[in-house]
Design a protein. Structure first.
Length: 327
């Protein structure tokens, strides 16, 4: 994207949206870093509305999934039944992010996952040195391509099979988890939608997502989130709720479907314009390095064999054959 367009988008969001920001530490965590949503002694699930006595609250509910690095934000407003539903959505998100979590180094519940494919590629991070990882590959597999003209290496991978609409619901669930209570009544249909397990309530609604790739050595060490709610004074036909979450090198932006204010006077869904919400680094990096990819996650059909890749640049290349043999 050109920077003039990004600046225009930034002004659009400043003028038309109220923003809530939240950052979550993912490294060097101590007990005082823990944060909690809701009241532990007065439990009520914000997703189904049931209180303690009507349902149980025995499980530890992470407001943002552990698989993207959250160790500190716990919700007292998510019951065990809803937690079980959302765990299935998180499994689909884990499948979608299977390549990125290993290549970017996103630490989940049991560490940074190892990536393997059937063509011999294996990517494993060093447990002692978080900035070091090993790539193993067969000769002439095509998994790893070096371009000596610009000192870069491209790793080609494949996502684990995933259901697009379930991935989208998982992002929306994160937004609803951190949403201030004053906005919750506008999204009662959205709550029903994310809890519906056979994914039949889409009504042919396009589920649009922007993926922004930010180059460099993991610019987002922490999890950084923005929840943007359209101002009541805005006349723009844009989504009432927007959610942006930035992890490692990638920002994922979704809108929150089925919001009450996104219907017209006759109760019909309005056609909305969906603009990229620039991340904090967008205007600081060279224009040619800005990549924002629009995607549609409306399908409930499992996607298999989706190709993806990441490119690393290097200043110096050292032959580590002897070192590897010694290991």
């Amino acid at each position: 994207m050109i920077k003039s367009e990004l600046k225009k988008n930034m002004e659009f969001y400043i003028n038309n949206y109220d923003k809530t920001t939240l950052d979550l530490k993912t490294e060097n965590i101590v007990n005082k870093d823990k944060m909690f949503i809701g009241n532990k002694n007065k439990r009520k699930c914000r997703f189904c509305g049931k209180e303690k006595g009507e349902t149980t609250f025995k499980k530890i509910a992470h407001a943002i999934p552990e698989l993207v690095g959250n160790k500190i934000l716990i919700s007292f407003e998510e019951c065990d039944d809803c937690n079980q539903i959302f765990s299935k959505l998180e499994n689909e998100l884990a499948n979608y992010l299977s390549f990125e979590r290993s290549t970017i180094g996103i630490r989940g519940k049991t560490g940074i996952p190892i990536y393997k494919n059937k063509k011999g590629l294996r990517i494993e991070h060093d447990k002692e040195n978080k900035n070091k990882f090993t790539i193993q590959d067969w000769d002439n597999s095509g998994n790893v391509i070096e371009d000596i003209t610009d000192s870069s290496i491209t790793i080609k991978g494949e996502r684990n099979p995933y259901i697009p609409i379930a991935v989208y619901k998982c992002f929306v669930k994160m937004a609803l988890s951190i949403m201030p209570n004053c906005y919750l009544p506008y999204f009662w249909e959205t709550f029903d939608w994310i809890r519906e397990e056979n994914h039949s309530l889409t009504e042919n609604m396009p589920l649009k997502m922007f993926e922004q790739f930010i180059p460099g050595p993991k610019p987002f060490i922490d999890i950084e989130m923005i929840l943007a709610i359209r101002k009541c004074t805005s006349k723009e036909k844009s989504p009432f709720g927007i959610f942006l979450i930035c992890i490692g090198n990638i920002c994922y932006q979704v809108y929150l479907p089925f919001a009450g204010p996104d219907t017209d006077d006759d109760g019909q869904r309005e056609n909305l314009k969906f603009l990229t919400l620039p991340s904090k680094y967008t205007l600081e990096i060279p224009e040619d390095d800005i990549h924002s990819i629009p995607k549609d996650f409306s399908s409930s059909e499992r996607v298999k064999g989706e190709k993806t890749n990441i490119t690393y640049s290097y200043d110096e290349k050292v032959d580590a054959t002897k070192e590897l043999k010694n290991e």
